[in-house]
Every structure is written in C-alpha cells, then in structure tokens.
Write a protein that binds this ligand. Structure first.
Ligand SMILES: [Mg+2]
Length: 302
C-alpha cells in the first residue's frame, strides 16, 4: 500500500521512508505541504498520509482542511505527526480533519499499529463504497435485462420532461409490448422466455440514439423515451425499433423463436406530465394491438 509522507525535515523523512519500506509499504515522500497536496491531486494518489504538522508554506493542518473541503467519495486517512502534544493542539488537529495523530518522537511499534488501523479503516471504507454502489445498481437496473427498471425509467421521464421545458423542445414516449409473450413462456418455457426478453432489449438498445432512454416498465412492457422527437408517423425511430424486433429470429436454449412488438407513441412537451404521457401512450398501444399487432400506433392518428 502506498503511504504519503509529508515531512519537511530531511532526516526524519529519510528515516520514515526507510521504516515504511522495511514494513513493506510503498512510501511516497514530499518535503512540504504544497508538494504533498500536488501528489494528492494525482490519480491513484496514496490514500494513507503521514502528515507533519509543522512545515513551511502549507502546514499539516492546512493540508487537512483542504482535504476535508473536497467532496470525496473515498477520502484519505490522515495521521498527523506532531511534536505538540498538549491536549488543545490535538483537538485542533482532529478538528482540522486528521483521523489520528502520533506525537514525536514516536515509538515505532505504536506508529506501525496506528498505520494498520488506518489501513483497516480504508479497507472498510472501500467495502462500504462497493456495497453502496451495488445497492444503487440494484435499485436502478432490472436484474434480468440490465436496462433501467420501472422506477428508474419513470424518474428519467420526469427529468426529460424538465429538460424539454428548459430547452423548449419536444419529446415522445413509446410504450412497447411484446406480442403474445405468454405463448412464448408457455411453449418454450420461462428460461427461453427470459432469453428472448434479453435478446429483445438488446435489439431495441442497438437501434436507439445515444440520448434516448429505455427501461422495463413491467413484465413484457418497455418504455422508450425519445428527446427531441415529435412522436408522429413521419419519424423513423419507432418503426425502426419494431422492424428490428420482427426482422430476425431469436435463438434460445429451447429453440429458435420469433417475436414482434406493438408500440404506442405519445408526443410530449415540457408541459406534459408523466401520468398523462403514459396514459396516452397506453391508449395508442391498445390501438396498435387492436389493429393487429406488430405495428406502431401514434396517439391522435386514427
Ligand atoms: Mg516539521
């Protein structure tokens, strides 16, 4: 593990560097607070810091305060090295944002033990970050298809309506429903049904523009949000999605099958509401189904 040593006294710095190497850490040395700060700005910077309090220019406390002022997902662990051991000084150091302190002259065994504590804290912190990221992912993505889940796609729709309002642009929503999907599950089994759902989402994804959004709204219902789209039949987007699903067979472990999709499109603006857009798209989808499926129906177009 890399450890940053910020110490202005050359002899102390060399001794500390040698000790850390002996303990099989990877020391990086800086002769003052400014140099230490620069090292900390680099990618892959050390995350444990032995920080001398008294240094010319930027002292240890100033470095601590700067570090704590930065919004960091994964803040470094700071051990302040100080000859000042009066209680008031220690409080000041901890309040500036140090995690721990060691008084000089320090006892090697104690220093090593405190570094180990820091190392454990950093590991714990990393694990917590990973767990949090995993939870955010779970809360946002559909586990089967790995596209946005219902909650996330509806949240995206709210955002896109706000953006449309800000930019004075239009948007459209396409409610997509795989035709006769129950038959697929009944005939090929749920495993093949799941494989078909995944293949379906990939085909749609490959035909969307970078700024479109796509999410799973329910079992075999999906939502496309197309910013800038007017949502009328002169546009090629939804027809391209429909054709992309219908044009090729889908291989599954239970055999090759084919799918078609019906899409109901609702045009929207910055003044639209989520509920109204969904209701209009749903009605258009109903129309597409009624007209024979495997087609796109645009709201307001008889
Ligand atoms: Mg000093």
């Amino acid at each position: 593990m890399k450890i940053l040593i910020a110490e202005d006294d050359l002899t102390s710095r060399l001794i500390l560097t040698a000790i850390l190497k002996k303990w099989e850490f990877d020391p990086v040395a800086a002769g003052d607070g400014g140099a230490a700060w620069e090292i900390l700005q680099q990618p892959d910077a050390p995350r444990l810091i032995l920080l001398d309090w008294n240094m010319p220019g930027l002292d240890g406390l100033a470095v601590c305060r700067r570090l704590r002022a930065c919004e960091s997902r994964n803040p470094p662990y700071v051990i302040l090295l100080t000859a000042r051991d009066e209680k008031g000084d220690i409080v000041q150091g901890l309040e500036a944002g140090a995690n721990d302190y060691v008084s000089k002259p320090y006892d090697n065994a104690e220093l090593k033990a405190r570094i180990r504590v820091g190392q454990r804290m950093l590991e714990l912190q990393s694990h917590l970050m990973e767990a949090r990221d995993a939870l955010v992912h779970q809360a946002t993505y559909d586990p089967l298809t790995e596209i946005l889940n219902r909650r996330a796609i509806l949240e995206r729709l709210t955002q896109e309506i706000s953006r449309a309002k800000r930019e004075g642009k239009s948007l459209s929503v396409g409610m997509c429903d795989i035709d006769h999907f129950k038959v697929v599950n009944d005939h090929y089994g749920h495993q093949a049904g799941d494989e078909a759902l995944i293949a379906f989402t990939r085909r749609i994804q490959n035909r969307l523009r970078d700024y479109d959004s796509f999410g799973r709204y329910g079992g075999e219902e999906f939502l496309v949000i197309a910013p800038g789209s007017l949502g009328h039949s002169g546009e090629s987007l939804y027809e391209r999605l429909r054709a992309g699903v219908a044009d090729a067979e889908i291989p599954t472990t239970a055999g090759t099958l084919s799918l078609t999709v019906s899409i109901g499109v609702a045009p929207g603006t910055g003044l639209s509401t989520v509920d109204a857009l969904l209701a209009v798209a749903d009605a258009a989808l109903y129309q597409a189904k009624a007209e024979g499926r495997n087609r796109v129906a645009y709201a307001g177009v008889p």
